[in-house]
Ligand binder design. Structure first.
Ligand code: UD1
Ligand code: MG
Length: 473
C-alpha cells in the first residue's frame, strides 16, 4: 500500500440543540477533555498533515478552545473553516476544500464522536488507499435516524450503491440495518469533483455528504464499507444522557486498561480519570477516586477511598488515606517516597513533601516544602513554608503567611518541635533544633536549640471562690 498524505476534516458547526446548553456541543467534556479534543488527538495519532475544523455555531469559542490544545494534539497543524449558515454535511466539507490538497486522502470525522480509535481509522484509510471511497459502517438492531448502506444485492459483501438518509428512505430501505457511521475516507481529488455536483433536493433540503457515494458508483470508483461491531467508537453525543453514557464507556475502557497493566482497582466502575493517570507496578486504588490532569503514582502507592487527586506526582510506597484532596493546579504537588497523607488532608499547589513525611487529618499544605521525615499530623496550616527534616509541627498550628497585602515565608529548620496552637507570623525563621512552646504567637525569629515561649504566663489564684447563682425573688 502506498502511503498518502492525510488531511482530516472535523465537522463541528452544528448547534447541538438537544444539549440544552449555552456551551457549543463539541466543547462539552468527556474524561476531562472537550469532545473535540478527543477527535483532534485521534487525528494527531494518525499523523495527519493537518486538521481542518468546520465551525459555525459558537465558532469563536470553539476556535479559541482549539488554539489552547495540549497533550497528543499539541503538535497537530490546525485550520478553521467557517460554515455560515449550516446547509448540511456536504456543504460543511465544501467549506474545507480550499484548505485541502489533491495529493492526499481526506478523512471526515465529527467533533461530537469522541471514542473512535486510531487503529479503526488506520484500517479505513488502508481500504481507501488513495483510490477508493471507504465508508465506516456498523450493523445496528435499531438503525432509526441513520443513513442506510444500500447494496446491489442481498449479500453483506454486495457492492455498495448508495447511502440513503433515514428521512428519504422508503420502507425497504428503512429495513436495512447496516448504517453509515458518519466517518469516511476519500481521495481528495475525487472528493472535490463530487462535492461540486451535490444538490439539496431531498427531504431535509440539505447538501448531503452521503450523496457522493452515488457519484462514485456512477464514475466507476470502487466504494468499500469497512464494517465494525463496536458501536461506541462511532457513537455521537447529542444530549446529556448520551454524554454520560459515553463517559461511562470511556471510563470503563480506561479502567480495564489500567487493570491490564496490573493496577488493582477495588471497583472499576467507581474510578474517574479526567486526564492522564500513569501507574507503576502494584498500585492499589480504592473506590470513588477522581484523578484530574496529569497524575503519576509510583510503585506500590495506595490510594484510599474517596480521594480527589489532580496534577500530582506521588512517589513509590506513599499512602494516601481516604478523603484526601490534592490539587497541584499549575505548580503541581509532589509526595515523596513512603509518605503518609490523610485521611482528610488537603495538598494545594506547590506542596512538596519529602520521603516519609506524614500529613494527617485536616492539615492544609500550600506552596511549602517539607523535608524527609517531617510531620504535621493534625489540624494545621503550612503556607509558604520551608520545613526541615524531622520537624514535628503540632496540632492547630499555622503559618500566618499573609499580611493582607503580601505573602511571606516561614523557615522551620531541621529537628524543630512546634507545639500545639502556635501562630508563626511570617517572615520568620526558627533555628535548627528549636522548640516552640504550645500556644505561642511568634513574631520574631527563634534561635536554634532554644525554647521559645510567646504567650501569657500561667497565674494561680489560691482559694478562688466560684460565683454562685443568686436565689430567685
Ligand atoms: C449523518 C449522516 C448519516 C449518518 C449519521 C451518523 C449525512 C447527510 N448523513 O446524519 O448518514 O448515519 O450522520 O451519525 O451526512 N454538521 C455541520 N454542518 C452542517 C450539518 C452538520 O458541521 O451543516 C456537523 C454536525 O455538527 C455533526 C455532523 O456534521 O457533527 C453530522 O451532522 P448531523 O446533523 O448529526 O448528521 P445526521 O443527520 O446525524
Ligand atoms: Mg447526527
Amino acid at each position: 500500500m502506498a502511503t498518502h498524505p492525510l488531511d482530516v476534516v472535523i465537522m463541528a458547526a452544528g448547534k447541538g440543540t438537544r444539549m440544552k446548553s449555552s456551551l457549543p456541543k463539541v466543547l462539552h467534556r468527556l474524561g476531562g477533555r472537550a469532545l473535540l479534543a478527543h477527535v483532534m488527538e485521534c487525528a494527531a495519532r494518525l499523523s495527519a498533515r493537518q486538521a481542518v475544523v468546520i465551525t459555525g455555531h459558537g465558532a469563536m469559542q470553539v476556535e479559541a478552545a482549539c488554539a489552547a490544545r495540549t497533550g497528543a494534539a499539541a503538535g497537530l497543524s490546525l485550520q478553521f473553516a467557517r460554515q455560515e449558515p449550516q446547509l448540511g454535511t456536504g456543504h460543511a466539507v465544501q467549506q474545507a476544500l480550499p484548505a485541502l490538497l489533491d495529493d492526499g486522502i481526506t478523512l471526515v470525522l465529527s467533533g461530537d464522536v469522541p471514542l473512535t480509535q486510531a487503529a479503526t481509522l488506520e484500517a479505513l484509510l488502508a481500504q481507501c488507499d488513495g483510490q477508493r471511497l471507504a465508508l465506516l459502517t456498523l450493523t445496528m438492531a435499531d438503525p432509526t435516524g441513520y443513513g442506510r448502506i444500500v447494496r446491489a444485492g442481498a449479500q453483506a459483501s454486495s457492492q455498495v450503491r448508495a447511502i440513503v438518509e433515514h428521512k428519504d428512505a422508503g420502507e425497504d430501505e428503512r429495513a436495512i440495518q447496516e448504517i453509515y457511521s458518519g466517518i469516511m475516507a476519500v481521495p481528495t481529488r475525487l472528493l472535490r469533483g463530487w462535492l461540486a455536483r451535490l444538490d439539496n433536493k431531498n427531504a431535509q433540503n440539505e447538501y448531503y455528504l452521503t450523496d457522493i457515494v452515488k457519484f462514485a458508483v456512477a464514475d466507476g470508483v470502487a466504494v468499500v464499507a469497512h464494517q465494525i461491531t463496536d458501536g461506541a467508537q462511532v457513537a455521537g453525543v447529542n444530549s446529556p444522557v448520551q454524554l454520560a453514557e459515553l463517559e461511562r464507556v470511556y471510563q470503563q475502557r480506561l479502567a480495564v486498561g489500567l487493570m491490564e497493566q496490573g493496577v488493582r482497582l477495588a471497583d472499576p466502575a467507581r474510578l474517574d480519570v479526567r486526564g492522564t493517570l500513569d501507574c507503576g507496578p502494584d498500585v492499589e486504588i480504592d473506590v470513588n477516586c477522581v484523578f484530574e490532569g496529569r497524575v503519576s503514582l509510583g510503585e506500590g502507592v495506595r490510594i484510599g477511598a474517596n480521594c480527589v487527586i489532580a496534577h500530582a506526582v506521588i512517589a513509590a510506597g506513599a499512602v494516601i488515606h481516604p478523603f484526601t484532596h490534592i490539587d497541584g493546579e499549575a505548580l503541581g504537588v509532589q509526595v515523596g517516597e513512603g509518605a503518609l497523607v490523610g485521611p482528610f488532608a488537603r495538598l494545594r499547589p506547590g506542596a512538596v513533601l519529602g520521603a516519609e513525611v506524614h500529613i494527617g487529618n485536616f492539615v492544609e499544605v500550600k506552596n511549602s516544602t517539607l523535608a524527609k521525615g517531617a510531620k504535621a499530623n493534625h489540624l494545621a496550616y503550612l503556607g509558604d513554608a520551608t520545613v526541615g527534616e524531622r520537624v514535628n509541627y503540632g496540632a492547630g498550628s499555622i503559618t500566618a503567611n499573609y499580611d493582607g497585602a503580601n505573602k511571606h515565608r516561614t523557615v522551620i529548620e531541621a529537628d524543630v518541635h512546634v507545639g500545639s496552637n502556635c501562630v508563626l507570623v511570617a517572615p520568620l525563621t526558627i533555628g535548627a533544633g528549636g522548640t516552640v512552646a504550645g500556644g505561642s504567637t511568634l513574631t520574631k525569629d527563634a534561635p536554634a536549640g532554644a525554647l521559645s515561649v510567646a504567650r501569657g504566663r500561667q497565674l494561680t489564684i489560691e482559694n478562688w471562690a466560684r460565683p454562685v447563682k443568686k436565689p430567685k425573688g
